[in-house]
Write a protein that binds this ligand. Sequence first.
Ligand code: HEC
Length: 136
Amino acid sequence: MSGRVGFCCSRVKLFKLIAHRWAAIFIAFGAALAGCHNSKPAPMDPVERGRVLYATNCAVCHNPNPNLPGSLGPPIAGSPRALVEARVLHAAYPPGYKPKRTSHVMQPLPWLAPNIDQITAFLDAAAREHGIPAHR
Ligand code: HEC
C-alpha cells in the first residue's frame, strides 16, 4: 500500500516539475516574442549597403577593391552618380563623358534602380580611402 502512495506522490511531483518547466519555457518564449515585436531593424548605412551590392553585382568583373582594375571592368571608385546610373541602368554614359574603355561588355542591371545612391556612396568612400572602406 505504501508503495502505491509513494508512486502517486512521485507522479504528482513529476507533474509539478514538468508544469514548472513548461511555464518557464512559455515565459521565456513570450519574452522573446515581445522582444522581437518591439525591435525595429536598424537602418543600414548607405556605404555598407553599397558595399554588399557592389560585392554581389559588380566585383565579379570590377575589382573587389574598386580603385583597381578588375578582370573585365576598369577601376570605378569615385564614379559620379550620373555615370553609375547611366552604366548600371542603361549600360550607357552621361552626355559628353569619355569612357575609360571602348568595349561594350557590361550589361544593364535594372533591378538596382533603387540602389544607385548606395552604390555611389560606396564608390565615393572607396575613392576617399584608396581601398575598400572599413566596416564602421
Ligand atoms: C559583366 C561584367 C561587369 C559587371 C557585372 C559590371 N560591370 Fe561595370 N563595366 C564592365 C566593363 C567591361 C566596363 C567597360 C565598358 C564596357 O565594356 O561595357 C564597365 C564599365 C563601368 C563603368 C564606367 C567606367 C568608366 O569610367 O568608363 C562604371 C561606372 C561601371 N562599370 C559600374 C559598374 C557597377 C556599379 C556595377 C555593379 C552594379 C558593374 N559596373 C557591373 C563590366 C562589368
